[in-house]
Design a protein around this ligand. Structure first.
Ligand SMILES: C[S@@+](CC[C@H](N)C(=O)[O-])C[C@H]1O[C@@H](n2cnc3c(N)ncnc32)[C@H](O)[C@@H]1O
Length: 243
């Protein structure tokens, strides 16, 4: 998408065609994968090159594919992601929360990645973007669904606990929370960006995340940790809960 000396080059963050083709042959829904790539490239200039992130996008899409149009959905830590746009195209209304200090203003730039505050209302009328910490968003019984992709591991444990608490309040009775969380490969520890977030002993394990969800009153219906993913930097964890 960038233009250098008159030559159009690929966005540095974009997934290569070879990786995309390989991924297409391993996923249940290559049609949704193709739609995600189109939406993401058209909006942000790239589909993120990290395979595990794109698998997260597909899992959320598959979980919500049969949702009746008109649902109210909360994206926690939306960054720059095709999922809110894919859901809005299916007739749902979304609130996207992100408190990143960098605001990504269109048109797409070569230094963009999945991190940042993007105002989705610029590209879809049914999405509202809120620039605030998840932990500071207090709503009651507003949403049918809340989801978070690749976000919880980037904050200290005390903060992700606060986020899960306020999210529970903002879900309607019977509402669902879907979480995609990175785990350090071969361990139970939540990814901590090599100590940048906090020491592992404080950041804790996915088992403590599951316990925290139960203590807060979520019913954990699925918790799947995928090991030995040769195309992923992390061991991806998928959690689905109900309130
Ligand atoms: C790795 S990016 C993931 C973006 C997007 N969910 C995706 O899947 O492509 C993490 C995003 O979470 C946001 N974030 C982290 N902590 C947050 C918090 N406490 N409140 C709101 N947003 C937060 C960051 O600003 C960043 O944009």
């Amino acid at each position: 998408m960038a233009i250098e000396r008159g030559v159009i080059t690929k966005h540095p963050t974009d997934m290569s065609d070879a990786v995309f083709q390989r991924l297409s042959t391993t996923v249940k829904r290559p049609d949704i994968l193709a739609d995600m790539r189109t939406i993401s490239r058209n909006t942000f200039g790239f589909l993120v090159r990290y395979v595990h992130m794109v698998r997260y996008y597909l899992w959320i899409a598959e979980q919500l594919e049969d949702l009746k149009p008109g649902a109210r959905i909360l994206d926690l830590g939306a960054g720059l992601c095709p999922v809110p746009l894919w859901l809005a195209s299916r007739g749902h209304r979304l609130d996207c929360i992100d408190n990143h200090p960098i605001v990504r203003t269109l048109p797409p730039q070569p230094d963009w990645n999945i991190w940042g505050f993007f105002d989705y209302s610029q590209v879809h009328n049914d999405i509202t973007s809120i620039r605030r910490g998840i932990e500071d968003c207090h709503g009651e019984n507003l949403y049918d669904i809340a989801y978070s992709i690749g976000v919880l591991q980037s904050m200290p444990r005390s903060q992700w606990e606060a986020c899960l608490y306020v999210t529970k309040q903002s879900l309607k009775p019977g509402g669902r929370l879907l979480l995609c969380v990175d785990i350090i490969p071969g361990t139970d520890f939540v990814w901590n960006y090599d100590g940048e977030v906090e020491p592992l002993s404080e950041h804790r394990t996915f088992r403590e995340l599951e316990t925290c969800l139960s203590v807060l009153g979520y019913l954990v219906e699925q918790s799947s940790l995928m090991r030995d993913q040769n195309d992923s930097l992390t061991d991806p964890l998928y959690i689905a809960c109900r309130v």
